[in-house]
Design a protein around this ligand. Structure first.
Ligand SMILES: Nc1ncnc2c1ncn2[C@@H]1O[C@H](COP(=O)(O)OP(=O)(O)OP(=O)(O)O)[C@@H](O)[C@H]1O
Length: 262
C-alpha cells in the first residue's frame, strides 16, 4: 500500500514543555491505525499539527509527497485530511440533516443567495447518502440535542467526512459512550469508512476497542512514540505495558482466557 502521510522528526514545544518530539510516522492509503497513550502523552498535539491547528516547532509533514508543514487547516482539509474532536462539534438545536447540509455547504464553498439557495435537492440527497452510510438516516429530522451520545458521535464523524477525506483523524470516537454502545458505534464507523477506503487514525483509551479495530497501533509516551507496529506486539511490549497501559488490561485478558478454558 502506498504511503499517504509521513511525518519526519516532528516536534512541538510550549515554552519548556516538550509536547511532542521526534515523531516519525507513516500512514498508508486505507490503513487503520490506533493511537494510545496516557493523558498528556502528546497524541492531540500530534493530530493538531498534522491537521493544521498547531504549527510544529520543527520537523516536516508530507502528504502524498507534498510538504504541508504549517499549512492552514482549511488547505489541509481541502487536500483530504479531516478530523473529528473528542467532543462532538454539532449545532444541537438543529436537525441532524441541517448539520450535514451546513458542513457540505462549507465544504463545497457554496455561496447562497436569494436566487441560489443553499438547500438544493442535490445537496439534500448527498446529505442523506452520508447519513445512510453511518446508519443514522432515521434521525435526519431529529434535533441533535435530543439524541443519545452515541448517535451524536456518529453524526459528528459523518459530518467530518463531507470533504471525502483520504485520511481521517478521530479523537476518542467512543468517549462518553456506554460500554455496550462502543462496539456498535465502532462497527458502524469502521464499515462506513471502509466503503470509502478512508485511512483512519483513531485515538483510544479502551484497549479492547484498540485490539478489536486497529491492526496497527502507535503508543505515545511523554511526547514520543514508544512503540509502533502490529497491535498484538505493541500491546505485549513490556515498555508499553509498564508506561502506557499498565497491567490492568492484560490481567483482564488473562483472566478471560483462564475463564474460557474451564
Ligand atoms: N496549548 C498548550 N499550551 C501549553 N501546553 C500544552 C498545550 N497543549 C498541550 N500542552 C501540553 O503538551 C503535553 C501534551 O498534551 P496533549 O494534549 O497533546 O496530550 P494527549 O496525549 O492528547 O492527552 P489527553 O489524552 O489528555 O488528550 C501536555 O503536557 C500538555 O499539558
Amino acid at each position: 500500500m502506498s504511503t499517504i502521510l509521513e511525518t519526519v522528526n516532528l516536534e512541538r514545544t510550549f515554552g519548556a514543555v516538550v509536547a511532542a518530539s521526534n515523531i516519525n510516522i507513516k500512514i498508508s492509503a486505507g490503513e487503520i491505525l490506533g493511537v494510545i497513550g496516557s493523558n498528556g502523552a502528546g497524541k492531540t498535539t500530534f493530530v493538531n499539527m498534522v491537521t493544521g491547528y498547531l504549527k510544529p516547532s520543527s520537523g516536516k509533514i508530507l502528504y502524498r509527497g507534498e510538504d504541508i508543514t504549517g499549512k492552514p487547516t482549511r488547505d489541509i482539509t481541502r487536500l483530504g485530511i479531516c478530523r473529528s474532536f473528542q467532543i462532538p462539534q454539532l449545532f444541537l438545536e438543529l436537525p441532524v440533516i441541517d448539520n450535514i447540509i451546513i458542513a457540505l455547504t462549507i465544504a463545497k464553498e457554496v455561496k447562497p443567495s436569494l436566487l441560489k439557495p443553499a438547500i438544493t435537492p442535490e445537496i439534500v440527497d448527498e446529505a442523506m447518502e452520508i447519513l445512510k452510510r453511518f446508519e443514522v438516516a432515521q434521525y435526519a429530522e431529529s434535533e441533535v440535542g435530543v439524541l443519545a451520545q452515541g448517535i451524536r458521535k456518529l453524526v459528528d464523524i459523518a459530518m467530518a467526512t463531507v470533504n471525502n477525506p483520504d485520511l481521517l483523524f478521530l479523537d476518542e470516537p467512543t468517549s462518553g459512550v456506554s460500554a455496550e454502545e462502543k462496539i456498535q458505534i465502532m462497527d458502524v464507523l469502521m464499515a462506513a469508512l471502509k466503503t470509502t477506503k478512508t485511512a483512519v487514525l483513531f485515538i483510544e483509551h479502551d484497549m479492547e476497542i484498540v485490539e478489536k479495530y486497529a491492526p496497527r497501533v502507535a503508543a505515545f509516551y511523554e511526547g514520543t512514540i514508544l512503540a509502533d507496529g502490529p497491535t498484538g506486539e505493541v500491546l505485549d511490549d513490556p515498555k508499553v505495558r509498564e508506561f502506557v497501559i499498565g497491567t490492568e488490561f492484560h490481567r483482564k485478558v488473562e483472566e478471560n482466557q483462564v475463564g474460557g478454558s474451564v
